[in-house]
Design a protein around this ligand. Structure first.
Ligand code: CP
Length: 319
């Protein structure tokens, strides 16, 4: 079994900013081990309960945390339909967390529509809290999967050029990916979106402070030229549910689509990623090409989340 001096035991996962490169590399090494020998870890979460509190819809994050918990022999305590819990009657996040702690839960995986929800839950809980998406703010475990995908498909994260296209304004994956990618050397980021959908100032500020190379691409005419520069195209859907004004959403809908014609401008080995779900921004005609990395990206969620749960709750409690 894997062992190391890196210790994530009992840690919260609130933001991608909270990790070092060494910790992420350790996580990735263990995720690779889970891919090869996951069965050797099947009892490592025995007697551990993982609450899955999902106040927003999810397929991948919920199902992969559920499967990861079970694969390690732990017990998942799902709370995935807010309308069937006391939250529908107005129970606060505070009280929900306190109840779960009282029932002997060892960890809470939380998806919530509010920015700051995971941080708030982590501050009040005495058990680890894993942010499974906090409004438009962050989705740190998705960014771990994203970089693990790049590592698996490209062989290295250092020196990678990532072009993010789509709704970068309301995205939670793009901030987390930007923060985590900044740990690696020679990374370049290209944000391709009209100004109304551009990356938020907090992300730009972070990148400036760390001298990470990034560029905003706002003109459609510049996209083809940018595509030639990048190794990975990261597509995001319009976050319809986060637009304060539905008419603004309707105006921007369909303003970008990644299809074979667009990729004809890119390098032939470009990797196309998407956290999914997709709506109409990523054409299914890409699915059968070697450029489609997004189904593998979703698949890597299982070993990555197994590794994360193991490090936080399982055997490695000291160096
Ligand atoms: N990538 C992602 O978070 O997908 P879900 O919303 O289905 O969990």
């Amino acid at each position: 079994m894997h062992s190391s001096r890196i210790n994530l035991h009992g840690r919260d996962v609130v933001s991608s900013r909270d990790f070092t490169r060494q910790e992420i590399e350790h996580l990735f090494a263990l995720a690779a081990e889970m891919e090869r020998h996951g069965e050797e870890y099947r009892d490592t979460l025995r007697n551990k309960k993982v609450a899955l509190v999902f106040v927003e819809p999810s397929t991948r994050t919920f199902q992969s945390f559920l499967a990861a918990t079970r694969a390690l022999g732990g017990e998942a305590v799902p709370m995935a339909d807010p309308s069937m819990s006391a939250m529908a009657k107005g129970e606060t996040l505070h009280d929900t967390v306190k109840m779960l702690e009282g029932y002997g839960v060892d960890c809470i995986v939380l998806r919530h529509p509010s920015r700051g929800a995971a941080k708030y839950a982590a501050e009040m809980a005495s058990i680890p809290v894993i942010n499974a998406g906090s409004g438009s703010q962050e989705h740190p475990t998705q960014s771990m999967i994203d970089l693990y995908t790049i590592l698996r498909r490209r062989g290295s994260i250092d020196g990678v050029s990532i072009g993010a296209i789509g709704d970068l304004r309301f995205s939670r994956t793009i901030p987390s990916l930007s923060y985590l990618a900044s740990l690696f050397s020679g990374v370049s980021l290209y944000f391709m979106a009209p100004s109304a959908l551009q990356v938020r100032p907090e992300v730009e500020l972070f990148l400036k402070e760390r001298n990470i190379k990034y560029k905003r691409i706002e003109e459609t005419s510049e996209i083809a030229e940018t595509l030639r520069e990048i190794d990975v195209l990261y597509v995001t859907r319009l976050q319809k549910e986060r637009f304060p004004d539905p008419s603004e959403y309707e105006k921007l809908r369909g303003s970008y689509i990644v299809n074979r014609e667009l990729l004809s401008h890119a390098r032939s080995d470009i990797g196309v990623m998407h956290p999914l779900p997709r709506v109409d921004e990523l054409s299914p005609e890409i699915d059968s090409t070697p450029n489609a990395w997004y189904f593998d990206q979703a698949k890597y969620g299982l070993p990555l989340r197994m590794a994360l749960l193991y490090l936080i709750l399982g055997g490695e409690s000291s160096g």
